[in-house]
Design a protein around this ligand. Structure first.
Ligand SMILES: [Zn+2]
Length: 74
């Protein structure tokens, strides 16, 4: 069930750590760094096809270094 096809994740643009696809409540997903917590914008989906598409888009944002860096005051 938690399998994504052909998703290639680059290293974290902030720290070089490992990125991982996170799903929230079964309706949206994003990529987050397991080390520093940097993450991409959430992408909502409504079915399996959209879920795969959202995973690809989240991975693309991640690989283009479009991440939000967690930090104090944010
Ligand atoms: Zn990181």
């Amino acid at each position: 069930m938690d399998h994504f096809h052909e998703i290639d994740l680059a290293d974290c643009p902030c720290c070089g750590g490992v990125g991982s696809i996170q799903e929230e409540g079964g309706w949206c997903l994003y990529v987050q760094c397991m080390d520093c917590g940097a993450y991409t914008a959430e992408l909502a989906y409504q079915n399996e096809a959209e879920r795969q598409d959202a995973a690809r888009k989240a991975a693309l944002s991640w690989n283009l270094r479009k991440v939000i860096r967690p930090g104090p005051g944010e």
